[in-house]
Design a protein around this ligand. Sequence first.
Ligand code: SF4
Length: 330
Amino acid sequence: MTSSFPPYSTGSRYLVEEIRELKHSKNAAILAHYYMTPELQLHTSAGGIADVVGDSLALSRAATTIDAEVIVFCGVAFMAETAKILNPQCTVLLPDRAAGCSLASSITAQDVQALRKRHPNTPVMAYINTYAETKAESDICCTSRNAIAVAASFPQDTLIFVPDLYMGRNISVPIAQATGKKLILWNGVCEVHEQFTAARLAATGDSFPDAEILVHWEVPSDAAAIALARHKGIIGSTSDIIRYVEESTARQFILGSECDLGAALRGMYADREFITPCVYCPHMKRITLHNTLEALQAVGSIAQPAFEVILEPDIQQRAFLPLQRMIEIG
Ligand code: SF4
């Protein structure tokens, strides 16, 4: 779905025009996550810069089919790494190489090896929000959208799920209901979604008692449970949230997720009201129109390595398999 946002400022419009020209001349495509600022996630067909806008799964799929020599990833490092692993022929650039993620940083390859020793013959399911070295040690990847289907694909009764503790607790309920399987969890958290505490959601809910609630899987499970006991709504992935809004007749929603997903939703559903107890991801916000332009300008110059994602060949190859298995499941 294409979003519409308020018009660019004059300064931003200048940057947008330059980016659009350079994308064409350098045979580049821009993939943008829903947590980017509105000016980065406006689609080219609406005068913006993004060729594909989506959640992690949509962007992973797009990385395998995109018709371009260069991908500029408006997202964070683990996402750009995923694009590189899935499309090794492509040059993948991240406008700010320091755009990290608290979840991805919470676990290493050595941690996964130690988990395997402690729980032999137990498959490891890695959330896509992990670095390539963690994926390379895992059996399969998943996103918040396909985690239940991925878990169901294993014959074992118990799986290791890394690294998100809260998402693990939240998805373990439908996974147990659908498959009878148990999850062994790691203790990573998303520094953005962990801020949606029960008190924060309740304070917003008190002001908007009739609003429906949209909560991401990464939100603490106690907060999500209390919010969903007070309001009609959903806990799910970004795409589950978008689909829920599409199908709901409600006019007002409280969003328990990254603030700019609210901007994306407002762009898609201008007739609805989205109340966002705003928490921004500081890593996502490192990406700007300005450094996106710089990354494109660097293509083919000595400045390119400052933006380019380059992985150790062994890690890149081993990380491909768990991602490919995930994409085959859907
Ligand atoms: S929102 Fe959370 S999970 Fe996503 S990049 Fe930021 S810190 Fe990582």
